[in-house]
Design a protein around this ligand. Structure first.
Ligand SMILES: Nc1ncnc2c1ncn2[C@@H]1O[C@H](COP(=O)(O)OP(=O)(O)OP(=O)(O)O)[C@@H](O)[C@H]1O
Ligand SMILES: [Mg+2]
Length: 481
C-alpha cells in the first residue's frame, strides 16, 4: 500500500488506439497511385514577434529624444531636481524640454511631443522604459536581458516585448537607481545584487562581466491583490474539495512544506495557507524579501540581510529562524528554505510550534524530502542520515506540490502526507493528485484533481481534535467520485 508512488503530475493515460478506417475495396480501373508526397523539411521557426507594450517609434524619434535628453542633462541641475517632489520635478522637466524643442526648431506632432515628454520624465525621474511595464498589474515577471531584449510573463506565458533601452549604460543606470534605493550598489566590483522596488517587487540584477550581453534584470512583480484560495479554485489550480483539505491542513496546525519549481506559485500558495491561521496565534515570518501578506493582527515580519560592501553584517535565514525561537512564536513561516535553516525549521516544527510552514524548490514531494535531507547534511552538523530522516518524519506532516504546467497554468499537483519510516525509507502517501488527461485544441491542459481514496489520513486524529474531521471526510469522499 505504501509503495513508491509516481512522481510529478500523473501523466496522461494512453488513449485507446483509434480503430483503423475501413479501406475502400480496390476498384479494377483504379488510377495509378500518385507518388507519395515528399516530406518537406521542417520550416525554421520564425523568431517570436515582440508584443507592443509601448508605441513603436521611428528611429528619428529616438534620435530626437537623445538630442533633447543630452541638452536637458546639460541644462538642469540634477541634485536640485532631486529635492523637488515628483510632480514639480516633472513640471520643471516639461518646461525645459518644451524650451529645447522650440530653440532647436524640432518638428514633431503633439502626440509625439507628449510621448517624448513622458519618456524623458521616466528616464530622469523613474525607471525609464520599465515604467509602462511596472504600471501593469497583469505582469508577473519582467526579465531584461541586456538593452535590447525585454520579456514579460503574462497569464503564465513568456512574451518578448518591444521595450528597449537606449544602450547598456542606460540599463545599468536604471539597475543602479533601483538598488541604490535599498542602500546597495551594483557595478563590476559587486555585480550581483538583490533589491526591492518601493512597491515590494523583488529584484535581482547581475551585471557585466558576469552577464555577457549587458545587465540582466529580473523583477517578480508584487501583486497588489494577492491571489486567494478562492482564486486558485476559480483558476482550476485546485478543486473545491482540495481547497477544503488545504483549509483543514492550515487551520488544524499541521506542519506543512510547499514544494515546487521556480515561479510555480509556492509563495502564493503559502500566502493562501496562512489565511487559515487563527487571529489569536502569534506568527513570525522569515523571508529573504518580504513577499507574504498575512492578514492576522499578531504577526512579526523578519527579513534577512546580505553582507555590506565590506562583507560584514550579514544576517542569514538560519540566524532569523534561530532567533525566532526566542520570540515565543506559535507558528513560524519560512518564505524559502534553501540551506541549513532547514534544521532549525524542523526543530521548531518538532518542539511545539505546530502548524509551521515553509517552501522549497523541488519537483515532487519525494524530492522535497530528499532536498530537505541534503540541506541538513550540507549544514555540517554531522548527523547520520537515519537521524535526519527520522527528524523529517517527526516534523513534516504534509507536502503540497505546486507546478507550472507546460501551458503556463499553475496547478497543485499533490497533497501528500509523510507517514513514517520503513527501514531507511520515508513513507509518504498521496491524498490528492492532479490527473492530466490530455489537452484541448488551444493547448490548454485538461485534467482533474482527485482524491486517491484514502479515507483516514494520518492527520485524522488531529482534525478530530480541532473538530474538523467531518469536513475532512466529506471533502475526501466528494473528491473520490
Ligand atoms: N495558481 C495560480 N494561478 C495563476 N497565477 C498564479 C498562481 N499561483 C501563482 N501565480 C502567479 O505566478 C507568479 C509566481 O508566483 P509565486 O511568486 O508564488 O511563485 P514562486 O514559486 O514562489 O516563485 P519563486 O520560485 O521565484 O519564488 C505570480 O505572479 C503569481 O501571481
Ligand atoms: Mg517564491
Amino acid at each position: 500500500m505504501f509503495g513508491k508512488r509516481a512522481e510529478g503530475p500523473v501523466p496522461p493515460k494512453p488513449r485507446p488506439a483509434k480503430p483503423a478506417a475501413p479501406r475502400p475495396a480496390p476498384k479494377a480501373e483504379a488510377p495509378p497511385k500518385a507518388a507519395p508526397p515528399k516530406v518537406a523539411p521542417p520550416k525554421p521557426k520564425a523568431p517570436p514577434k515582440p508584443v507592443a507594450v509601448e508605441p513603436n517609434h521611428s528611429d528619428a524619434y529616438f534620435q530626437t529624444k537623445t538630442t533633447i535628453f543630452n541638452a536637458l542633462i546639460d541644462t538642469i541641475d540634477l541634485s536640485q531636481l532631486a529635492q523637488l517632489d515628483m510632480e514639480s520635478a516633472a513640471e520643471e522637466i516639461r518646461d525645459i524640454v518644451n524650451e529645447i524643442i522650440s530653440i532647436k526648431g524640432l518638428q514633431m506632432s503633439i502626440s509625439e511631443q507628449e510621448a517624448l515628454l513622458q519618456d524623458i520624465c521616466n528616464d530622469v525621474l523613474g525607471y525609464g522604459p520599465l515604467e509602462p511595464l511596472l504600471a501593469r498589474d497583469d505582469i508577473a515577471d519582467i526579465m531584461v536581458n541586456g538593452a535590447n531584449r525585454t520579456f514579460i510573463e503574462v497569464d503564465g506565458k513568456i512574451q518578448l516585448t518591444n521595450v528597449r533601452f537606449r544602450d547598456n549604460a542606460q540599463l545599468m543606470n536604471i539597475c543602479q537607481r533601483i538598488v541604490s534605493q535599498v542602500g546597495r550598489r551594483v557595478d563590476e566590483a559587486s555585480p550581483i545584487c538583490d533589491a526591492r522596488l518601493p512597491d515590494g517587487s523583488r529584484v535581482n540584477v547581475i551585471a557585466p562581466p558576469l552577464s555577457i550581453d549587458g545587465a540582466a534584470l529580473t523583477i517578480r512583480k508584487f501583486k497588489k491583490d494577492k491571489l486567494t484560495i478562492n482564486n486558485l479554485v476559480e483558476f482550476g489550480s485546485i478543486s473545491p474539495e482540495g481547497a477544503k483539505v488545504l483549509g483543514i491542513v492550515g487551520s488544524c496546525r499541521i506542519n506543512t512544506l510547499i514544494s515546487g519549481g521556480t515561479g510555480s506559485g509556492k509563495t502564493t500558495l503559502l500566502n493562501c495557507m496562512t489565511s487559515f491561521i487563527e487571529e489569536d496565534e502569534r506568527v513570525i515570518t522569515c523571508e529573504d524579501a518580504a513577499e507574504l501578506q498575512l492578514q492576522q493582527p499578531h504577526v512579526v515580519r523578519l527579513e534577512t540581510r546580505p553582507p555590506n560592501l565590506e562583507g560584514q553584517g550579514e544576517i542569514t535565514m538560519r540566524d532569523l529562524v534561530k532567533n525566532c525561537l526566542r520570540m515565543r512564536p506559535e507558528r513560524i513561516i519560512v518564505g524559502e528554505v534553501r540551506g541549513p535553516e532547514a534544521f532549525d525549521l524542523l526543530q521548531a516544527m518538532n518542539t511545539g510550534h505546530d502548524g509551521s510552514m515553509g517552501t522549497l524548490h523541488a519537483n515532487s514531494p519525494r524530492e522535497a524530502l530528499s532536498r530537505l535531507e541534503s540541506m541538513i547534511t550540507m549544514g555540517g552538523l554531522g548527523l547520520p542520515s537515519r537521524t535526519i530522516r527520522e527528524m523529517i518524519v517527526g516534523s513534516v506532516d504534509v507536502v503540497i506540490q505546486a507546478a507550472r504546467l507546460r501551458d503556463g497554468s499553475r496547478r497543485i499537483t499533490h497533497i501528500t502526507e509523510v507517514l513514517g519510516t520503513e527501514g531507511d525509507t520515508i513513507i509518504t502517501q498521496d491524498l490528492f493528485v492532479y490527473d492530466m488527461n490530455g489537452e484541448d485544441e488551444d493547448g490548454k491542459i485538461l485534467g482533474r484533481h482527485k482524491s486517491t481514496g484514502i479515507a483516514r489520513p494520518g492527520f485524522w486524529d488531529r482534525a478530530r481534535y480541532y473538530g474538523r474531521h467531518g469536513d475532512l471526510a466529506e471533502a475526501l469522499d466528494a473528491a473520490a467520485e
